[in-house]
Design a protein around this ligand. Structure first.
Ligand code: FNR
Length: 190
């Protein structure tokens, strides 16, 4: 069956290279994956004061996570970690206690940077957070994208054949990972 992948773009910048990367990934993904962006921009800063009564924007956000078969994180690295906005969104998703929307939700992490490390350190941090949130993660392949000018056009076309093949393989592997997780241990309905 087609799987519904909710994706997070960790950047709020209008010219985000990670948003550009997300467009490329959607274009290269196999037919069995459908994509819905889960927006993080309008979430207030999380506090457990909200736990008794989540605001509508946070309820919608949590519902979007819950109704996704899997989650794809496409994120920049800020100061060797993930952007605060993305961490804030994950905190919203993980609460109230006992209602962690990421629990048992298969995920994958990818990111782009103009630097040579290609968000490797941020991804390690994110993977720790997702481990604590009980999200089964695709361990391999890893993808640390060193973004150079023109590598991906504004509408998400990858101009380098090797990079396109690499990203296509990443998405094929993600499809197979989702299928393994959801087939072996079907997720109960919520
Ligand atoms: C950066 N950048 C950056 N790059 C990196 O590879 N490692 C890092 O730790 C950081 N730190 C960092 C902090 C802050 C506050 C900013 C604004 C930027 C550079 C970053 O990779 C670059 O701005 C990318 O364009 C960010 O991705 P988006 O937002 O364009 O998707």
């Amino acid at each position: 069956p087609p799987y519904n992948v909710g994706y997070f773009v960790g950047s709020l910048a209008t010219a985000s290279i990670n948003r550009t990367l997300s467009k490329a990934l959607i274009r290269l993904a196999p037919d069995g994956l459908e994509f819905t962006e889960i927006a993080i921009r309008d979430l207030p800063l999380y506090s457990y004061d909200y736990d008794g009564d989540y605001p509508p924007v946070a309820r919608e956000f949590k519902q979007a996570v819950k109704s996704s078969d899997a989650i794809l994180f496409v994120t920049p690295e800020y100061n060797r970690s993930i952007p605060g906005g993305l961490k804030n969104a994950i905190d919203w998703a993980s609460r109230p206690w006992g209602q962690n929307s990421l629990s048992r939700k298969p995920s994958a992490v990818i990111g782009a940077s103009p630097g040579h490390l290609g968000t490797a350190v941020a991804q390690q941090n994110l993977k720790s957070v997702l481990s604590f949130c009980d999200s089964p993660q695709m361990n391999a392949p890893e993808a640390y994208i060193h973004m150079t000018p023109g590598l991906i056009t504004d509408d998400g076309e990858v101009t380098n054949d090797g990079t396109a093949a690499f990203l296509r393989n990443f998405m094929d592997e993600f499809y197979m990972f989702i299928e393994r997780v959801l087939t072996v241990v079907p997720r109960p309905e919520h």
